[in-house]
Ligand binder design. Structure first.
Ligand SMILES: C[C@](O)(CO)[C@H](O)COP(=O)(O)OP(=O)(O)OC[C@H]1O[C@@H](n2ccc(N)nc2=O)[C@H](O)[C@@H]1O
Ligand SMILES: Nc1ncnc2c1ncn2[C@@H]1O[C@H](COP(=O)(O)OP(=O)(O)OP(=O)(O)O)[C@@H](O)[C@H]1O
Length: 294
């Protein structure tokens, strides 16, 4: 029997760098949402050692060498193994990671995969770890892994480990565009210039997509300017998304280079995505809804 777990893309609707810790990590304030787009993790339990295979458009980009012990999926499995009590049925077998999301692209691909591995193996191995323990394991795997473990809209603070409920989101359409250039997260943080940005003041809810956008427009992604300096194509991507009919706003997610557009409806987002994909065959383009229940 094969078990399947979705690893949805995360999008930072805004991201303020509010401070810098003594160890070099940056304190953030970010509204994180999840898309209908994502990687998919498949697991067939067996008695062989646990192995990982990469599939999908971006599996080929990562290459077979990336399926080793440094892959965040394997790191997550090993971390969970240490958490498993004597009653858990930790098994080997085969994991197949269908990589549909571009790599090193600011939408948390690797983090979402690690979180999916924690959720799936916790269930199938019967570890049944407490949520607080899973969050602690997630934290050890990367700053974005805790929020990806939840995989629903949340406000993210600290360096990523402080998660709280976010205002309810209105219905809207989402477009994601990546130009194909990998951007390194540490390099973008290093390239950041200027001071810090205060924590945002958010309302309790937004009546509609336009209201959400007017709040977001008063906020920023503090990593957008340094990412544009490292990867100037990001500016072209932002321009082309914003030029689509009905586009309410365009911004970069995380440390880039993926940018998102918000639209008043899922249909408008799908139509914009189709036009962008036609115009730029080399770009990865996705249009649709926020993740159900997100
Ligand atoms: C930019 C975001 O994507 C926003 O959601 C995340 O903060 C990055 O999360 P991530 O890719 O899981 O990050 P990690 O793999 O933990 O860290 C990669 C590197 O990014 C820098 N980093 C990351 C997170 C953070 N809050 N401050 C940082 O300065 C550090 O140099 C770190 O060594
Ligand atoms: N399962 C994985 N999928 C993608 N990359 C992985 C994975 N495991 C390890 N990596 C490594 O992690 C690096 C960052 O990839 P990832 O796609 O997670 O970045 P990202 O989209 O910028 O994430 P974030 O938005 O969290 O900063 C890659 O260069 C790759 O070498």
């Amino acid at each position: 029997m094969t078990f399947v777990e979705a690893a949805p893309a995360k999008i930072n609707l805004y991201l303020h760098v509010t401070d810098r810790r003594a160890d070099g990590y940056h304190c953030l304030d970010s509204l994180v949402v999840f898309a209908g787009a994502g990687d998919v993790l498949h697991y067939q339990p067996g008695e062989t050692p646990l192995t990982l295979k990469l599939a999908g458009r971006f599996g080929a980009v990562l290459g077979e060498d990336a399926a080793g012990p440094d892959n965040l999926v394997i790191k997550a499995a090993n971390a969970l193994r240490t958490q498993a009590g004597p009653k858990a049925a930790v098994r080997g077998g085969t994991l197949v990671l269908e990589k549909n999301l571009p790599v090193a692209s600011g939408i948390g691909g690797g983090s979402a995969d690690a979180a999916a591995a924690l959720r799936l193996l916790d269930r199938v191995w019967g570890v049944q770890a407490a949520q607080a323990d899973l969050l602690r394991l997630a934290e050890g795997l990367g700053a974005d892994v805790p929020v990806c473990l939840l995989s629903h809209t949340a406000r993210m603070e600290g360096i990523g480990e402080v998660l709280s409920a976010a205002p309810a989101l209105p219905e809207c359409g989402l477009v994601l565009v990546n130009c194909g250039q990998a951007v390194s997260t540490p390099a973008v943080f290093r390239a950041r210039e200027g001071g810090f940005v205060p924590r945002a003041a958010l309302p309790e809810r937004w009546e509609n997509a336009q209201a959400l956008v007017s709040t977001l427009q008063s906020l920023e992604n503090s990593l957008e300017a340094p990412a544009c300096a490292l990867c100037p194509t990001v500016e072209k991507v932002l321009h082309d998304i914003a030029a689509q009919p009905d586009c309410l706003m365009a911004r970069m997610s995380g440390s880039g280079a993926t940018c998102f557009g918000l639209f008043p409806s899922v249909l408008a987002a799908e139509q914009a995505a189709a036009r962008l994909a036609d115009a730029h065959e080399a770009w990865w383009v996705w249009g649709g809804a926020l993740r159900e229940g997100a």
